[in-house]
Design a binder for this molecule. Sequence first.
Ligand code: ADP
Length: 804
Amino acid sequence: MTAGTARVAEVVVDGTALFLDKRFDYIVPPGMDVSPGVRVVVPMRDSVRSGIVWAVREVANVGGLRPLARVIDRVPVLTPHQMRMAEWLCDRYAATLPEAVSAILPGAFRVRVRKVIVPSADAPVPDDVKASTLFRFIAESEPEWSEIRARSKADERAARAWAEAGFVREELRVDEAVGEKRRAYLVTRASEVDLRREAERRSRRARRQSELLLHLAEAGEMPWDRRAYPLSSVAPLIEAGLVAVAERRVKRAPASLDAEEPWPELTPYQVAAVRALAEMARQGHGVALLHGVTGSGKTEVYMHLIRGAIEDEGQALVLVPEIALTPQLVQRFERRFGGRVAVLHSGLSLGERREEWTRVLEGEASVVIGARSAVFAPMRKLRLVVIDEEHEPSYKQEDAPHYDAREVAMWRAREAGALVVLGSATPSLASMFRVERGDARLVSLPVRANRRPLPPVDVIDMREELRAGNRSIFSRRLAAELERTVSEGMQAILFLNRRGYAHAALCRACGHSMECPRCDIHLTVHRRADGHVLVCHYCGHEEPLVRRCPACAEDALVPYGLGTEQVEQHLLRTWPAMRVLRMDLDTTRRKGALESIIDRFQRGEADVLVGTQMIAKGLDFPRVRLVGVVAADAMLTLPDYRANERAFQLLTQVAGRAGRAETDGITLIQTYQPGHRAIEAAKSHDYRQFYERERESREFFRYPPFCELAVFLASHSEERLARGAAARFERELARSPSAASLTVLPAGPSGIRRIDNVYRYQVVMKYAAWQDVKEDVVRAYRLVKEKMNRLGGSAVLDVNAQRI
Ligand code: ADP
C-alpha cells in the first residue's frame, strides 16, 4: 500500500450485525466519481457488500485501507437531510445506522447485478453483419444477456462476433439508481394487415402471440409486460413485421392546481381554523393540534393549508394511519390536486416507489400522502406536515428501528421550518399535554360541517337484557333500531373489535380453553365452509374444532365470546333479507377487497356493515344512520396503561360514522359495564372531561405523558436464556450511573410469554428524558444483544414505547 494523500469514503455498510454500526473507510480509486448519498459496493472481510457513502474526505495516509469496488449511482439516493435524519434515528431510537438507512430507503442495500450488452461504438452495426432484426433491436436497447439467450443460439453467436468486432461490449450493470427510471417499452402495431386474422391463425400453436395480436388489433399499442409476453413470444411477431417495440416515453398530464373538484365554501369555524393555521405556517416552524369533532371537516382545512403551501412553491406531507384503510381520503386529495399527488404505500414495488420518490425529489409532486414510512419521503421544500388521526397507534413502528412517525415528522418540520398539524377528534394524551406545556397550539372545530348535532350515544346495559330474558347478542333496542334503519332505506354499521367467529373454544364441563401449541395464547374460532377451525392469530397454527375436550374428555367444547363472523351470522339468521357486508382482516386480505367493500357499501349494495376497528378510521358514508357497538367490553379489559384512552378513542371514532351527511344519526353501545369511564365520556362526547380524568391517573401512577417508557425484550427458544438476558439487562442498569434517573420494573415475561415457540422476557423502564439515560441504557442493551445474538436469540429495545 502506498502512502500519500488520497480521497477516502466513509461508508455505511449493509448488515444487521452490531459491528457494522459505524462508518467504514475505503479509498476512492482515482477517476471514480463518488459523493455522499450514493450507493457503492465495498469489500468486507472475504466478500463484498453494498453500502452508502456518508462522507468523502482527503487524508494524508491511507495505509491499510481497501478501495471501493464500484459505484452504483450517479445521483445520490439519499439527500443530506435524509442522512441527518438517519443519524437522528440512531440517537433517538437506539437504531443502528444500516437499520436507519433501510427504514428511510427500503431496499437501499438490495443490489442486483445484471450482465447487459451495450453498443460500444458510435457507428451503427454494418448491415452486412449477420443477425436477426430482433437482435439488432435489442442490441440497441441494452438488453440483458438472459434476454438474448432466451431467443436463440444464433444471436448469442452474433453477440460474440459483434463484441469481437467492437460494435458491442458486455457490461456489468448494478440495479438502476433510485433517481433514474428504468426504460419501459411499448408494443405497437407495425403493419396494416388484419391482426385478427393473424391472431386466428396462431390461436392454436401460439396462444400468447394470438392474444397479443388481438390486443393490438383493438388498442394499437400496449405496455410491454415481459412476464405476460416474454421475448420468445414477441420476437417472431417482430420478425414477421406485424408488431414493433418502441421505447416508451410517458409524460403525466401537467396537473393544474384545481383538478376537477370545486372547493366548497368553508364554515365559519373552518375559516377561522385555516386563518389561524396559515398564520402559524407563515411564521415558520410550529406545531398545532387541530381538535375537530368527527365530521367537522378537518380534511377540508388540511386541503386549504396544502393549497397555500403549494402556492408558496412548497411541498406538503400528509400522513394517515393506514393508506389501505383510507381510499376515500386519498381520492379526495387526488380530485383536488390531481397529478401533484404522490401516494406512497406498501403495495408499491421497489421500482414504483422509486418513481414516486423521483417525482417528489424533483418537485413534480407537491403533496405526498402515505402511512408511517412516508415520513421519510425526500421533500426538499417541505412547508407543511399533516398528521391525520394523530392518536392512532400505527404511527409507531413495532419493529426496529422503533421510530414514531409523529416525532420524526416534528424533527423534519423543525429542520425545514415547516408547520405540523396534528389532527384528531380524540387527541392523544401526549398531544394534548403538548398543548398544556405550551409546545403546541390548539385549534378547534367544535361542530360538524353539516351543522347537525353529533349523534346521540345511548348506552345499553346488557345485564338488564339478560334479566328481561333476552339472550340474543342484540339488545331489544338495537334490534328495533336496526329494523327501523333498514326499513327507511338507511344504513347501519355494527362494530366489534374481534375478528373470527368466537374469541375462544371453552369446555363447558371443566373450563379448559384451547391454547396454541406453539404460543401462550388461546386459539380463535373461525368458520370455514366445512366446519369450525381453531386458528392462532400469532403463528398461524390451525386445527379443527372438535367437541371432545382434551383435558377432561367430555364432549363439551364450545365456541365462546363473540367475533365479527358470528355477528354476521346472527344478522342473517334473524333477518334473512338483510344485506350484510363484513370488513375485517379476514375479508380484506385479497388485493382490492377492502376498496371493493367500501365501494359497495357506499353505493348502497348493503344495509349493514359489520367490522373491526378498520371501520373506525376516517370513513365517510353519508347514508349511515345507526352505529351499534355490539360488545364494548371486549376493549375495556386490555392489559395496557392506555386501554382507557384506546377505548374512548375507538368508541368516539365509531360513533362518529353516524349521521355525517343526509340524516341525523344515533349510536348504541352495548356493554356489561355501563359506568365505565371511557363509555361515559364517549356517551357525553366530552373529550375534555375524559382528558382531565385520564391525565390525573397517569400522573398519579406515573405513566406517559408524565414520563417516557422504554421496553427491552429478549427472545430465545430456550426460556432460561431469554429470562437470563432480561435479568442481566436489569442488573446492568442497576449498577449504571443513570440508575437514579431510571425506574426499572422487575424483569419478567412479556404480555405473551411465548410466540411460535420463542420465549420472550422484558424489562420496562421509566424515565423523564431519554437524553439523560440514553448512554447507559444503550450500553447495557448492546452488551446483552451481542451476547444473545451469539447464543442464537435476539434482543430489541423499544424507546418511547407505546405499549408494554
Ligand atoms: P372529519 O375529517 O373532520 O371527520 P371530513 O373532512 O371528512 O370530516 O368532513 C365530513 C363531511 O363534511 C364530508 O362529507 C365533507 O365532504 C363535508 N364537508 C366538510 N367541509 C364542508 C364544507 N365547508 N361544506 C360542505 N361540506 C363539507
